[in-house]
Design a protein around this ligand. Sequence first.
Ligand code: AMP
Length: 298
Amino acid sequence: MYNFAPSKQHKILEVIATTTELENSLMPLRAKGLKIALVPTMGALHHGHLSLIAAAQKQADVVVCSIFVNPTQFTDPKDLEKYPRPLEHDIKMLAEAGCNFVFMPTVEEMYPSYPEPENWKINLGNAEFVLEGEFRKGHYQGVTQIVFKLFNAVKPNVAFFGQKDFQQVLMIKNMVAVLNLDVQIVTCPIIREEDGLAMSSRNIHLSEEDRENSLVLSKALFFIAENYHRYSLEDLLTTAKQIINNVPGVALDYLTIANGDTLLPITTKTGHNTVALIAAKVGETRLIDNVIINWIVG
Ligand code: AMP
């Protein structure tokens, strides 16, 4: 599906569990002046993740994928417990994609005092507390905490994230700015199933009926994007919400047409930085998705 371009430096995927091992492997490559890319994931890899690996291979000489189910970003312990962890499958996928290193640390490696919490609190701006931040309190402190630790361990020149987690990329960019980190952040487009459902490790939890119902999320977003210039903001949201409410088993958390920097709902249409975001529970599984309506960088 993707045009993988494995680095010639390393033909075989190296599986690494500790930061010391990682540093021993990466230091000589860094010393040679090679450009190192990091693709942070929580595993249960799918084509969305692979698209990040492929993008990383295009821009860097060495690609490190991390697989770590980060406990500090989960607000629901049941969600953490049932998060899929098909490690053998993941390693096979990364090897086939020509990824150079997979970093799979233990929880103790990343959080030596676990389950005692560490003192991590940074100012991510007001956008931390809306949308996902409202439904998953403290989520982005946990996300930035682990991404900072992964940046420290890998010391990448560039790191790749998916637009699928739109707010997450914004929070990571804010962290990089606040802490003056020397790493470039690249955002990659959402990879979808043929019928429109955004790929996600959580899709595995969907029953056959949920899977059918889940299509309504992308349907509502596409409706907004396609009709953005035809209807008022209010009518767009009303109709999109009706599309969702017509499907039993789907409970909407939010659907918004927002400014992509503040994540606050827009009140008048502008020609730039507009994104529609949605989160809903489909059966027992919570899914998120978004579409960029228009985007002008700068
Ligand atoms: P996760 O393993 O869910 O934490 O995701 C790891 C990275 O893959 C994050 O940067 C996600 O935004 C990205 N990602 C997840 N799903 C997709 C997708 N369908 N398309 C593109 N990127 C994705």
